[in-house]
Design a protein around this ligand. Structure first.
Ligand code: C2E
Ligand code: CA
Ligand code: CA
Ligand code: CA
Length: 279
């Protein structure tokens, strides 16, 4: 029994060594990815339910890995955040999104608001306001066409400075959206302190709405809350026409999800903007 215990322990340390090794490999590869510019943005449309047309897009980060192919953000964003590399990559995301939106505007398609996701580290470890302002200026983009998305996790440390920064962002004229709404700890108490103009209802509620009436009730409450605060409500993860009908009945303003389009590369999104959604 004693020997087996030691065997388990050896297995355990080997496993830990392997995990630490994999992590270091990943960090090295991510540093290279920054140098080699292997990151790309995919775009997913936001559709105004009432008008039935594309009014915005969310820029979503992908890693074009030379061997592994396209890597999804949940595979590498946590490491970028832990190592602080997210500051560099996040600056690239803001710049690339503003550049792309300026290209679309120059192309003469109806202007859209482009949303970019922000990590908490970008508030703590960089001058995020300056990054945003210089990207807007560099690409001659009117601030109203940029939306910054964040979750309430940005408030876990340094609440006051972060809220001050958000008020400055609002003053500049960029849109602010509270992402994954309804999943955090104290969404309601934070909400009145965030100067946001959009609430994005977390997609877990829609996913569960068909089986549990409770989820539909929560979606309904969030939409009512948005309306009473004068905010635009956005339903994330709309995959079926039944889900679309539900949020439409409840008075939701905008929708995003596979029913309309998965996140797609810029050139495909350009075609989508020019042709409009199939009706
Ligand atoms: P998020 O901000 O909540 O983004 C929405 C996610 O839902 C995206 O996953 C999108 O592909 C997915 N989605 C959209 N519609 C549907 C649907 O109908 N069904 C299903 N099942 N999924 C849908 P993605 O692109 O894998 O991104 C995951 C998360 O990674 C994002 O969640 C966001 O938190 C983070 N992320 C992505 N890009 C960035 C970035 O540039 N910066 C930062 N800080 N985070 C990012
Ligand atoms: Ca988002
Ligand atoms: Ca979300
Ligand atoms: Ca999320």
């Amino acid at each position: 029994a004693k020997d087996r215990g030691r065997g388990n322990f050896q297995f355990f340390t080997q496993e830990l060594n392997r995990q630490a090794h994999d992590r270091l490999m990943l960090i090295t590869q991510l540093r290279q990815a920054i140098e080699r510019q292997e990151f790309v943005l995919y775009y997913q449309p936001l559709v105004d339910i009432h008008e039935g047309r594309i009014v915005g897009a969310e820029a979503l980060l992908r890693w074009q890995h030379p061997e592994r192919g396209l890597v999804a953000p949940d595979q590498f964003i946590p490491i970028l955040e832990e190592t602080g590399l997210m500051v560099t990559v996040g600056e690239w995301v803001i710049d690339a999104a503003c550049r792309q939106n300026a290209i679309w505007q120059a192309d003469g398609v109806p202007p859209i608001s482009l949303a970019v996701n922000l990590s908490a580290v970008q508030f703590y470890r960089s001058d995020i306001l300056k990054t945003v302002q210089s990207a807007l200026q560099r690409h001659q983009l009117d601030p109203q066409w940029l939306t910054l998305e964040f979750t309430e996790a940005v408030l876990f440390e340094e609440t006051e400075p972060v809220i001050r920064t958000m008020h400055r962002m609002k003053q500049i004229g960029v849109g602010l959206a509270l992402d994954d709404f309804g999943t955090g700890y104290s969404s309601l108490s934070y909400l009145q302190r965030f100067p946001v103009n959009r609430l994005k209802i977390d997609r877990s509620f829609l996913r569960d709405a068909e089986e549990h009436d409770g989820s539909a009730d929560i979606i309904n409450s969030i939409i009512r809350l948005s309306q009473s605060l004068g905010l635009i409500s956005v339903a994330e993860g709309v995959e079926t026409s039944t889900q679309l009908a539900l949020v439409e009945t409840l008075g939701c303003n905008e929708v995003q999800g596979y029913l309309f389009s998965k996140p797609i590369p810029a050139d495909e999104f350009t075609r989508l903007l020019k042709s409009g959604l199939p009706s």
